[in-house]
Write a protein that binds this ligand. Sequence first.
Ligand code: C5P
Length: 283
Amino acid sequence: MRTTVLIVAAGSGSRLKAGVPKALAPLADGRTLLEHCLESVAAAQAAGVLELNAVAVVLPADPEAAAALEQVCRAAGDRAGFTVRCVPGGAERADSVRAGLAAVRALADAEPAAGADTDAEPGAEPGADDPDTPHAVLVHDAARPFVPVAVFQAVATALGKGAAAVVPAVPVVDTIKTVTGAAPGPEWVSGTLDRAGLRAVQTPQGFDLTALEAAHRRAGSEVPAGAAALTDDAMAMEAAGHPVELVPGDPLGFKITTRLDLMLANALLAPAAAALSPQEQHP
Ligand code: C5P
């Protein structure tokens, strides 16, 4: 299925304290988080698991950071041979996704898939550039630099089989408590969730583009102050009543939020980590 990847990279990274927007934070190899993220998309395309139409990247408002990241996008697109369109983001992640979806729609409508039969006979099956042909969008965090090709593949395969919403997920290892009270006052445990029924979800999350656009419109009008509450895109689809399919995520799909995450990412780039067998890298 024709697919546009939407990378949200407009976060400030205040918890990372890198002194630059998070997507611009360099890893130990000197390459930024966004560069690594784009490289994982390029790897998925090269492996043939994505029928990639283009990549849309949502950038921070800060002009200096945006210019530097645009340069990263251009270079990655040239290397991998895909179109990258950059747009400015919003205050919350959901605002950035909505801004990005407008760019994805324009890219989807403008560009037939590679190999689409533009000379199709009248009355033939609809081609990939037919407006009624389903188009997929994979919404992905720039803050996840190491997502393996297998995760892109699992998401794309489930979409290809007709799912409208697909999220990669991993088991939860901690015991999760619900609480009452709020910091700085004391908090009290009000209950314990059954860990067996919990999953931590990652990105890329895959959707039917038209369904996700409608779900975000609905979530935007029904939850006026709710952009901050919408921490992933599957939530908008859940609220609109769509079933959301889980596929296996991967520990390497972790999100970089804190300095500790950055240290882990840098450790994974070190030669000793590269020498680990896949089994050792996936405990
Ligand atoms: O901060 P959080 O962990 O939710 O960020 C996840 C992803 O969303 C990051 O890649 C970040 O750049 C992006 N984001 C965004 N616009 C925002 C906030 C976060 O594009 N306003």
